[in-house]
Design a binder for this molecule. Structure first.
Ligand code: ZN
Length: 278
């Protein structure tokens, strides 16, 4: 499932390719991919408009258009955005929506499992759309240790479950939550409100570090994540704990263990990450 680094990497590629181009046609082949409005309405609101900028909020990709409209894409489980050259018809499976550009290229949204969603919102409506999201973890001013502490205060659920909650911090999923907890030496089952100041500071730093490493390597590809040019990310080679069950911890050599937390496979070092810490 694409998390913040996979979305951010593609956003940066889109910024290079899409800004200044105009959307001339929209073809939706799976109508339920379009959320909150019929596909015809989405098409009517984006066709003819020029792309003015590319953004991201949590795991949402934002394509800003002239006239104050923003196309919003959430890839969920298995969605990918691919830029297809003009002569690439039929070469891409599972395409659910296609945005044709004024230079003949097409931005394709493909998604075998069909859980992803695309919608359009006005600039004025964006705050409402993202009202439930927590701070951006790479925003140094919004995502401080104090801000993290405030959002974790009073919650007895595990820190792993809390980090998966997009209202606590936006953009983390299973891979980067495990990696951040490993780096910060925090057991995934620790109650979220039990972290001390040093642990919160370490966790904040670790979250930023694992996300930046992920972006630098084009994201993590286990299954379907591909970038805008259909290339796999290479961050798999740089993971320290996620899906390393039985392999030696890179810090202490103890085999990495796997447990299930919040219904998600969770990987940690039982020596470096102690549940009875603090
Ligand atoms: Zn260890």
């Amino acid at each position: 499932m694409p998390e913040l680094p996979e979305v951010e990497y593609v956003a940066r590629q889109l910024r290079d390719e899409l800004v200044g181009r105009r959307i001339v046609r929209v073809a939706v082949s799976w109508p339920r991919i379009v959320a909150e409005m019929p596909p015809d309405e989405l098409a009517a609101r984006v066709v003819g408009r020029m792309v003015t900028g590319i953004g991201r909020r949590g795991k949402y990709l934002l394509i800003a258009l002239e006239g104050g409209e923003t196309l919003i894409v959430h890839r969920r489980m298995s969605g990918n955005l691919t830029l297809a050259p003009p002569d690439a018809a039929g070469a891409y499976p599972y395409v659910r929506a296609a945005f044709e550009l004024d230079d003949g290229r097409r931005l394709l949204y493909s998604d075998p499992r069909k859980f992803g969603r695309i919608t359009v919102a006005t600039d004025a409506d964006l705050p409402r759309v993202f009202a439930a999201l927590g701070p951006e973890p790479l925003d140094d001013e919004a995502f401080t240790a104090a801000a993290l502490a405030a959002r974790l205060a009073g919650t007895k659920r595990s820190i792993k479950a809390a980090l998966l909650d997009q209202g606590i911090v936006a953009g983390l999923g299973n891979i980067y939550a495990d990696e951040a907890l490993f780096r910060a030496r925090i057991h995934p089952l620790r109650p979220a409100d039990s972290l001390n100041g040093a642990e919160l500071a370490a966790l904040r730093e670790a979250i930023q570090a694992v996300l930046l490493v992920g972006i630098a390597h084009g994201g993590t590809t286990f299954g379907r994540h591909r970038d805008l040019h259909n290339e796999a990310g290479t961050n798999l080679e740089h993971l320290l704990a996620y899906r390393k069950t039985g392999q030696p911890c890179p810090r202490c050599g103890t085999p990495i263990e796997r447990i299930v937390v919040a219904q998600r496979g969770t990987h940690y070092c039982p020596h470096c990450q102690r549940v009875d810490a603090n």
